[in-house]
Design a protein around this ligand. Structure first.
Ligand code: NCD
Length: 356
């Protein structure tokens, strides 16, 4: 059975299939009205969401299916102390597919070990957000026509921004993609992602200046400083306005650059930028619904075909993961580590390195 925990769970060819299916759904809406009739999607959201949960809901409804679930951990048995493992075992009895968002890294991975239906990661802590990545890719595809030969700037909170982590992992598989990482020193991209870029000889530069980076960018991906992941409110307040995109700063940008943002925006893009033809973040939201329709349809199809995960990774058992952001210590699971490209074993739940 196939799940989606990380964008690289899909091959490049499968991503192409999902893009093509999304475009066909956009062009022929009626054709897909009933393809999920009688199927149920469970949305298990332990963390706040507007776009992601409601776009999953709208997507399933437009495919003719139904949706059950919760939008707040306090209204679920998690508030009584139930594990993710038990909750998904229960939900597997009611639903055909699960979309889960959780504040702890690796929670949807735990879900795959206990669910008997496909699981989609709808955001796990500061780790990954693969369906936002599919949304971003569809927007890039529709606006630029291709993924190769692009210079992509990521600006803001690159440390905790899970949408950034997932989009970099997806885009690095294409040819001649350059990354410009624009962040304050304290919010730089995590080392484990940079190490992979180095290992694979993928070009990236780090800078504190949006102004200097602007002229070379084909895509500018703005992000919110992730308040909820900070230990100190003072630190958040110091960093929250590090970058604010306004019409003045856009003067030096290419005329065909596109501006993306996963939303919600706080104040990192001024409202006047919304009128610039390069601003694509509301189109991005709509693309999110179409791409989730394509994903749900494909995963249910692959489930009925019993399609297997393409890449089998080397996995070993080890000591408990040391990272507090990781879910593994609070669930009934084995502590597993997988061998990464650069020879380091990393926790399969949060990707933290194995420390003995
Ligand atoms: C993002 C998320 O939840 O990571 N939002 C979304 O899903 N569109 C980005 C964010 O919250 O800043």
């Amino acid at each position: 059975m196939r799940n989606l925990l990380d964008p690289t769970d899909l091959t490049v060819d499968e991503i192409d299939q999902i893009m093509d299916l999304s475009l066909d759904i956009i062009a022929n809406r009626q054709k897909y009205n009933e393809v999920c009739k009688g199927k149920k999607l469970a949305t298990l959201f332990y963390e706040p969401s507007t776009r992601t949960r409601l776009s999953f809901t709208a997507a399933m409804m437009e495919l003719g299916g139904n949706v059950i679930g919760f939008s707040d951990a306090n209204s679920s048995s998690a508030s009584k102390g139930e594990t993710v493992a038990d909750t998904v075992r229960v939900l597997s009895c009611f639903a055909d597919i699960i979309a889960m968002r959780h504040p702890k890294e690796g929670a949807p991975m735990i879900a795959t070990q206990y669910a008997t239906v496909p699981v989609i990661n709808a955001g796990d802590g500061g780790h990954s957000h693969p369906t936002q990545t599919l949304t971003d890719l569809l927007t890039i595809k529709r606006e630029k026509g291709h993924f190769d030969n692009l210079t992509v700037g990521f600006c803001g909170d690159l440390k905790f921004g899970r949408t950034v982590h997932s989009l970099i992992k997806a885009l690095k598989r294409y040819t001649n993609v350059n990354f410009v990482l624009i962040s304050p020193e304290e919010l730089k991209l995590p080392d484990y992602i940079k190490n992979d870029l180095c290992e694979e000889n993928i070009e990236y530069t780090e800078t504190h200046s949006l102004e200097n980076a602007m002229p070379k960018l084909d895509v500018l991906y703005m992000t919110r400083v992730q308040k909820e992941r900070f230990d100190s409110e003072e630190e958040y307040n110091r960093l929250k306005n590090s970058f604010i995109l306004n019409t003045d700063k856009l003067k030096s940008a290419k005329s065909d650059m596109i501006i993306l943002h996963p939303l919600p925006r706080v104040n990192e893009i001024t409202y006047e930028v919304d009128n610039d033809p390069r601003a694509c973040y509301f189109e991005q939201v709509e693309n999110g619904k179409f791409v989730r329709m394509a994903l749900i349809y494909k995963l249910l199809q692959w489930k009925s075909e019993n399609r297997k995960t393409p890449v089998q990774k080397t996995i070993i058992e080890g000591p408990p993961c040391k990272y507090s952001r990781c879910i593994s210590s609070q669930e009934p699971v084995k502590h597993l580590y997988q061998l990464s490209e650069n020879g380091i074993y990393r926790c399969i739940y949060c990707e933290g390195p194995l420390e003995k």
